[in-house]
Design a protein around this ligand. Structure first.
Ligand code: ZN
Length: 489
């Protein structure tokens, strides 16, 4: 009987949510899992997964791919089959990654006004994804910086008026009704956001059981320095989430707390305890985490300016001079430490130059990701980071810090459940036929210094909605991904 569109045979099938792991074959029909069996089955198309793990396709809720197709194929290389875009308050809808990067490079100042695309409505974008297809399934958050611009609050450092906040809330509600998963915030990029503005938008997200995803304030008025500033920024939105009854998602949390610095050598512990305490107090807060101990930032970022403004404090906290802490990642000065002189020069000449901040510690990243409220998110967009493959290759196989089951939960079922994607992140009859099929002996992810892109190995086949997009490590010319829409009720 060959009534399956696709059969994946002989793989070690793992369903992380139920902790099921056994050599099984999977039969796919009409984009869903129709059969799970230890008996031989046949299909019109077949993938031999002998010796490989068949996992649910990875679900990545922290991306900036925002609809550009090359970045969508980067997600496939990483084993991701469902992604949420529009994070950190910004919404950059460029179909072409090179065009996006070029536009960003043309800008002298790193300003939210240069990042946000306002010319399309989110419901049109979701319809466009359905019509044109995309490498992975794609859902959207409403960027609060974009909302600010639409409402006429175009100074990122200034507060929005009551009228503008009301307009932002109206627009946010409309986009969530059209299928957006909630509102994203980059409070660091729009430091003029007040508590009232945050609270009003969190309340809109809460009304639709949506997510409030936050890249917090790192510093700013009244915040004591760089590193403890992250804890203050986290507490600010934890308190707002408590008051609004909203689902808070702290974005790339390790990149706020996985540092060792003087005199806060227990910063990671404090950051973890802060979230534990909020949850014990009834706040619905979780976090995503990039599995990487590097900060990649640009010369023109406000955060970079702050690091140089507070130079004595930063050097004292890090116990190192700044040119031993921040390095140029690309261009003619690649590899050099960023002295204050070189910083001033690049700020003038090439503000989009990527830098690497070497202050994080990988053991502290792992400790953060081990928290049961923390899961994997890649942050990929115009830059590419290794994510899920790095957790399985480096943290599971090489370091033994996680079990494979634990790591897969943090790449599949946990993020899917957080965003209410009921048929994603699972291998069970009736679930969507999204699979990542990898060799657990070779899977790995790296971000080599000076390389523009991360490198992923060991992922053999990726199936999206029952259609192979990567086969035997080769990318196929397929766009089976469709729009993901938030369904609150
Ligand atoms: Zn961010």
């Amino acid at each position: 009987m060959t009534d399956h569109d696709l059969v994946i045979r002989n793989g070690l099938v793992i369903d992380p949510a139920s902790q099921f792991a056994a050599p099984f074959s999977i039969g796919v029909k009409d984009g869903r899992i129709a059969t799970l069996t230890s008996q031989p089955i046949e299909g019109r198309d077949e993938i031999d997964a002998d010796g490989l793990v068949v996992a649910p396709g990875f679900v990545d809720v922290h991306t900036h791919v925002d609809g550009n197709v090359p970045a969508g194929y980067e997600l496939i290389k990483m084993g991701v089959t469902s992604a949420i875009a529009g994070n950190c308050g910004n919404f950059m809808w460029f179909e072409d990654a090179d065009l996006m990067r070029q536009r960003l490079h043309e800008q002298k100042d790193y300003d939210v006004r240069n990042f946000n695309r306002l010319d399309k409505d989110w419901s049109d974008l979701l319809d466009q994804v359905d019509q044109d297809g995309y490498p992975v399934h794609l859902g959207l958050l409403v960027g609060s910086a974009t909302l600010r611009l639409k409402a006429g609050a175009d100074d990122p450092n200034g507060p929005a008026s009551d009228q503008q906040i009301a307009e932002m809330c109206r627009l946010a509600a409309r986009q969530i009704e059209a299928g957006a998963f909630g509102v994203s915030f980059g409070v660091m990029y729009t430091p003029g956001m007040t508590r009232d503005e945050l609270l009003a938008l969190f309340r809109v997200a809460a009304r639709y059981q949506g997510i409030a995803a936050v890249h917090p304030r790192h510093g700013g008025p009244g915040l004591p320095g760089i590193v403890p500033g992250a804890l203050v920024g986290h507490q600010e939105v934890i308190d707002v989430a408590r008051e609004a009854g909203a689902k808070l998602q702290l974005s790339h949390i390790a990149h706020q707390i996985a540092f060792q610095s003087r005199p806060y050598d227990d910063l990671t512990q404090r950051g973890i305890r802060q979230v534990d305490a909020a949850r014990a107090d009834g706040v619905d807060v979780m976090a995503d985490c990039m599995p990487l101990a590097q900060n990649v930032l640009e010369v023109g970022l406000p955060l970079t300016a702050m690091l140089y403004e507070l130079l004595p404090l930063v050097e004292e906290q890090a116990g190192r001079s700044i040119d031993n802490l921040i390095f140029v990642k690309e261009g003619p000065h690649q590899g050099k430490g960023l002295t204050p002189e070189l910083y001033r020069q690049l700020k003038e000449e090439a503000p989009m130059t990527a830098l690497v901040l070497r202050a994080m510690r990988e053991d502290l990243v792992i400790r953060t990701l081990l928290a049961d409220w923390c899961f994997v998110g890649s942050d990929i967009g115009d830059k590419f980071y290794p994510a899920q493959a790095r957790v399985i290759g480096n943290y599971v196989r090489e370091q033994g810090a996680f079990t494979l089951m634990q790591a897969l939960q943090k790449c599949t079922s946990v993020p899917a459940a957080r965003f209410g994607l009921k048929r994603k992140g699972r291998i069970a009859v009736g679930c969507d036929a999204d699979f990542t099929i990898f060799d657990q002996r070779t899977i790995s992810g790296h971000l080599p210094f000076g390389a523009p892109k991360s490198e992923t190995a060991g992922i053999e086949h990726v199936v999206v909605g029952g259609v192979p997009v990567m086969r035997c490590g080769q990318m196929l010319d397929a766009l089976p991904g469709r729009a993901l829409r938030h369904k609150p009720w």
